[in-house]
Structures are given as structure tokens and as C-alpha cells.
Design a protein around this ligand. Structure first.
Ligand code: FES
Length: 285
């Protein structure tokens, strides 16, 4: 399937006033989030990018949604942001990007540069943000949490039994969350984080996961912790915010998957894949 975004060069161009412009306000449920795809293509650090994402298995979405590596810090759940690096452009000037080797692959901020997320303040290497995942959601169990409360491992203690009446219980306990999105007028970056007993099986290539490639399993081993896995929750079709075990998903065979109600795209969180897309440029800080 073709990608709707054209490839970009890494050439630096001068752009002002776009950081944190609030283009992509992220609803916690499947509400449409409009990315300004007609905006000119100026910016930095774009181009063909390999990433690991949860596979798109049905519907019009052109590709999967990228994983966000997880770290546990004293019982609190964090999304790892890549290390900041200096890069040079064709004209010899430099800019900041963020990428690192993780689990045998290059994990880069470019993984998240689509659907307007490339313009979110928190996606910039220079952002004044921590990496904790904060509750921002609509699963009913999250009613016990404060708004923007940092998610903790203990919030997921019942992950091996949890269910919400949709599909099969016990596949994992999800939370809607925000990543690197704190502060006034800062565009929210929506995430689903899930603790699942399937994660160690995927890493081991057990049973139905025997077909997962070794490179994906090695990456998963580095990018998950205590059975937690997370992905940027932006549908790659038209940027809605899908849900795992969404109501109404069963009639599309997606009761145990991630379903986008906008145009019925389906993603399988238990089917991570090595994928490629053309990342959009970030505006120059
Ligand atoms: S936005 Fe169209 S299927 Fe998700």
C-alpha cells in the first residue's frame, strides 16, 4: 500500500512559529484528529524511516503504528525518548535529532513524525518534558486514577485477568495515556500502553509467535519491560485515535485488536512488524 506522504529530504529550511501550534489536539477516544497535510513541507529530519510497529491487518490504514519503548523507573512507567544527537545537513549546518541503537535497530524520533505529531512540542529533542506516561483516558478502570496521574506498575496488577466485556479477557490490560505532553498549549501525544502476558511469549517466539522475526523479537526484548508494551495511538490513515478492545469492534473481527472507528482500520498489537514509511519533517525549533 502506498504512503500518503511523499519522501522528504533532510535539507534544513527556515520555518518559524510552528512548534506547539496545537494542530493535532488528541481526543482520548476515537475522535478525528486532523493533520494539516496541506502545510508546506519545510522542516528538518525527515525521510525514509524503518520502524517497529503494530501491524495494520485490515482497513484503509497504509501501515502500522509505531512502538514506543518502555522503561520502568521506580515502579513508574516511562516511554523512552531516543538520545539527542547532532546532525549535519547538506549545506554544512547542524540540527538536533534523536536516535539510538536499541535492540539491534535504530530507534528514532522520526518514527513519530506523521499526522501532525511532528509538530508537537514534546516530539522535539529540545522539549522540556519528562518521559512518564500519564493517564489520559477512557477505559473505565482509569476512573480510579487522577487526570494526568503517572501510570505505575501496580495499576496493572490484574493484567492477567483484565477484561472489559469485549473479546477475550486476560490478553492484557490497556491504558490510554499521554507522552511528553505536559504544559499549557502543548499538543497531546496519545499513547496506548498495555501490560500483557503475551509480551514475553512474543519475545520468546512461543507458539503462535514462532513466525515473528528474530530482529523484531530482539527489539521487543529491549523495548518492553515487565510485560509492558506501548504504541503511538495515531491511526496512520487519517489520524484518529483508535482503541484496544473498542466497543463496536467485534463486528469487524477486531474485539481483541486495536480498532479505529473512523474508517474501520484494524491493528494487531500482538503482531509487531518491521516497517518503513516516509517521515514528515519537524519544524525547525
Ligand atoms: S482514521 Fe481512517 S481508519 Fe483510522
Amino acid at each position: 500500500m502506498s504512503d500518503k506522504y511523499p519522501p522528504q529530504s533532510g535539507r534544513r529550511r527556515f520555518v518559524k512559529g510552528m512548534v506547539g501550534s496545537g494542530v493535532a489536539s488528541a481526543g482520548a477516544t476515537g475522535g478525528s484528529v486532523v493533520a494539516d497535510v496541506t502545510t508546506n513541507e519545510s522542516g528538518i529530519d525527515a525521510g525514509s524511516t524503518r520502524f517497529v510497529g503494530i501491524a495494520n491487518t485490515a482497513g484503509p490504514a497504509p501501515r502500522g503504528m509505531p512502538l514506543i519503548p518502555i522503561e520502568i523507573d521506580d515502579g513508574e512507567v516511562k516511554g523512552r525518548y531516543p538520545e539527542t544527537v547532532e546532525k549535519e545537513t547538506e549545506d554544512g549546518s547542524t540540527y538536533q535529532s534523536a536516535e539510538e541503537e536499541l535492540g539491534g535497530l535504530t530507534y528514532s524520533v522520526r518514527w513519530f513524525q506523521f499526522c501532525g505529531v511532528e509538530r508537537a512540542a514534546g516530539i522535539q529533542p529540545t522539549a522540556d518534558q519528562d518521559d512518564f506516561l500519564r493517564a489520559g483516558g477512557t477505559y473505565s478502570w482509569q476512573g480510579e486514577l487522577d487526570s494526568r496521574e503517572v501510570l505505575r506498575v501496580e495499576h496493572f496488577d490484574d493484567y492477567e485477568e483484565w477484561g472489559n466485556g469485549v473479546g477475550t479477557a486476560g490478553l492484557g490490560k490497556p491504558a490510554k495515556a499521554y507522552w511528553r505532553s505536559e504544559g499549557e498549549d502543548v499538543t497531546d501525544i496519545p499513547v496506548i500502553v498495555m501490560r500483557s502476558p503475551e509480551v514475553p511469549k512474543m519475545i520468546a517466539g512461543e507458539g503462535k509467535y514462532a513466525n515473528l522475526s528474530e530482529s523484531v523479537r530482539t527489539f521487543l526484548d529491549a523495548a518492553t519491560a515487565n510485560g509492558f508494551v506501548a504504541w503511538l495511538d495515531k491511526c496512520t490513515h487519517f489520524c484518529c485515535v483508535p482503541s484496544f478492545k473498542a466497543s463496536g469492534s467485534a463486528k469487524f473481527g477486531a474485539e481483541n485488536k486495536v480498532y479505529c472507528q473512523c474508517h474501520q482500520s484494524v491493528y494487531d498489537p500482538f503482531s509487531p512488524r518491521l516497517l518503513t514509511f516516509a517521515a514528515r519533517p519537524r519544524p525547525e525549533p
